[in-house]
Design a protein around this ligand. Structure first.
Ligand code: HEM
Length: 526
């Protein structure tokens, strides 16, 4: 019997044994990896495989490539793998769609299949506790919430509170004037834009507003929205895709639970106050919460449902519109010639004795174009809010199994050089002949003519887009009417970096907002 090569009880292989051992390990690894790979490329009954895409790492999939600026990685892969490709994040299959016609075919034409949501561990299960219109799967609960949301946000409802949006836009410009010391002091417009959006949502949802940027609710509500944006993101949390991590204590889960209780405490607390006032017979202004309280039995809503629905409004409706105003004010100081052109248009149509109003919008195509271009260049949700298909589906010979997460790759579509020549350049002229509202553009028959994809698509398209467009238009047209916005030479503005994971706004910056003439103080009454 051949003696075994032991030394002090430790196995020391000979050269030949080492080769055999190494070869066995390699072939076992190759076998396991290719088996995993094969099982990760499902096929339909006819043998059609899922769309091609990056291979990714074992267990993690493509997650490690998406941690910072994920939209740039998705864009890179779109160029490599084409307008529809797949990727795995942990155990979850994603299909990334980067072509308007494919988006339309899947999410609009087959909207009955592609309109659900994945109940992500952190966002849906932990923070929203299975409620909240944004994260709810395509079911009766979602339908009820969507009906309630649309009732408060559709075009007709928005007409009814345009005076609120108008008032808050004036307050915004007044505040920028005062805090910027009539152009003498540098100012960061971000918190002011945040309060403008916050007040609009507070009025629509709770029938209240804050009277100053120092009101405690301003800081608190903006912190909650920011925390939500920092905790969630369609491809940001490994916990969502590696189920074992969900059972282990971890920092993100703790943060998610804390955020859930803060949202319920804050917005649920405000709902209770309104209900108490209604029970005492006090006059409560018309608002979403009043409507929810009056219909909660008929709609089968409990306290957590109502709290999370209101939280979804306060999150979805504040950081987003504020973000567009913030990107605008971060970007526009670098383009004095665009400002001058916009101001010439405003002076011609509106004059210097009053602020622009929503009725002026149709006569101010260049302002309209500036806003669309800001939205194209700085969509706060580059990855949108992904949809999920509720049935297996084969599209152009590519299999998309049930429960796949479908990502609308808006970065690639917003930077398609065929649709937007020289796409990295900020150039409002590209929209000068597009007089549509985004809510109208979303319904164009030709998907390639849609202005941009910022509000999502299909049955889950943002129901807040009418209010958002009007609010943003009033704020931006008035800023342009009142101020020349200038960079501070020693404080360059970083437009590449951003804050937030799921919704993005510029990192803090300061500019000079110089009143254009002495009519500004007079019209603003400051
Ligand atoms: C610039 C502003 C806004 C942007 C960029 C934005 C973007 C989006 C996007 C991308 C979606 C997902 C659409 C999809 O699934 O395809 C969405 C959904 C939603 N948005 Fe907005 N939004 C904005 C303003 C608002 C406002 C002002 C509200 C008002 C409360 C709002 C409320 C909602 C709600 C409730 C949903 C969930 C819809 C559903 O899942 O059925 N959003 N939004």
């Amino acid at each position: 019997m051949a003696s075994l090569p032991y030394s002090n009880g430790v196995f020391i292989p000979t050269f030949t044994q080492s080769i055999v051992l190494l070869a066995s390990i390699i072939s076992a690894s190759v076998y396991l990896f290719s088996k995993a790979l094969f099982s990760r490329r499902p096929v339909d009954r006819d043998g059609n495989a899922i769309p091609n895409g990056p291979i990714g790492l074992p267990i993690l999939g493509s997650f490690p490539f998406l941690t910072h600026f994920p939209e740039l990685t998705l864009d890179y892969w779109a160029k490599k793998f084409g307008p529809i490709y797949s990727m795995w994040l942990g155990n979850q299959l994603f299909v990334v769609v980067s072509d308007p016609q494919i988006v339309k075919d899947l999410m609009v034409t087959n909207g009955s299949i592609f309109s659900s949501r994945k109940e992500m561990f952190l966002k849906s299960q932990t923070i929203f506790a299975g409620r909240g219109i944004t994260a709810t799967p395509y079911n009766d609960r979602w339908r009820a919430h969507r009906r309630l949301a649309t009732g408060s946000l559709n075009a007709r409802a928005v007409d009814e509170y345009t005076d609120v949006l108008d008032f808050e836009a004036t307050v915004l410009v007044q505040e920028l004037y005062k805090y910027g010391k009539a152009g003498a002091a540098p100012i960061n417009p971000q918190p002011h834009a945040g309060r403008c959006s916050l007040n609009n949502m507070l009025t629509i949802v709770f029938g209240i507003r804050t009277d100053s940027i120092n009101h405690p609710l301003v800081g608190h509500a903006l912190r909650l929205s920011r925390e939500f944006m920092n905790c969630t993101g369609p491809v940001s949390n490994l916990t969502d895709f590696v189920p074992i991590l969900q059972r282990l204590p971890n920092y993100m889960t703790t943060r998610g639970k804390k955020l859930h209780s803060d949202l319920v405490e804050t917005y649920g607390g405000m709902i209770k106050e309104i209900e108490e006032r209604m029970n005492r017979g006090e006059n409560v202004p018309d608002c979403l919460v009043k409507n929810l309280i009056l219909t909660k039995e008929a709609e089968g809503l409990d306290h957590i449902d109502m709290s999370i629905l209101c939280a979804a409004f306060m999150i979805g409706g504040v950081e987003t519109t504020a973000s567009i105003m913030q990107w605008f004010s971060a970007l526009i100081p670098a383009y004095p010639e665009i400002q001058s052109k916009a101001q010439a248009e405003l002076d011609r149509v509106v004059g210097r004795n009053r602020l622009p109003t929503i009725e002026d919008e149709k006569n101010l195509p260049y302002i309209h174009a500036i806003i669309k271009e800001v939205e194209r260049c700085h969509n706060p949700f580059w990855l949108g809010t992904p949809h999920v298909n509720t049935q297996d589906f084969t599209y152009r010979g590519q299999f998309i199994p049930k429960d796949t997460v479908i990502v609308l790759n808006t970065y690639t579509m917003h930077h398609d050089p065929q649709r937007h020549p020289d796409p990295q350049t900020f150039n409002p002229d590209r929209y000068i002949n597009d007089s549509t509202l985004s809510s109208e553009s979303a319904n164009l028959a030709n998907a390639y003519e849609r202005d941009h994809w910022m509000f999502g698509v299909g049955r889950r398209i943002c129901p807040g887009m009418w209010v958002a467009e009007r609010e943003v238009w009033l704020a931006i047209s008035r800023m342009l009417w009142a101020f020349t916005m200038e960079q501070i030479p020693e404080e360059p503005i970083d437009l590449k970096e951003y804050d937030g994971l799921s919704g993005r706004s510029p990192v803090p910056f300061r500019i000079k907002m110089i009143p254009r003439d002495n009519k500004v103080a007079k019209v603003l009454e400051v």
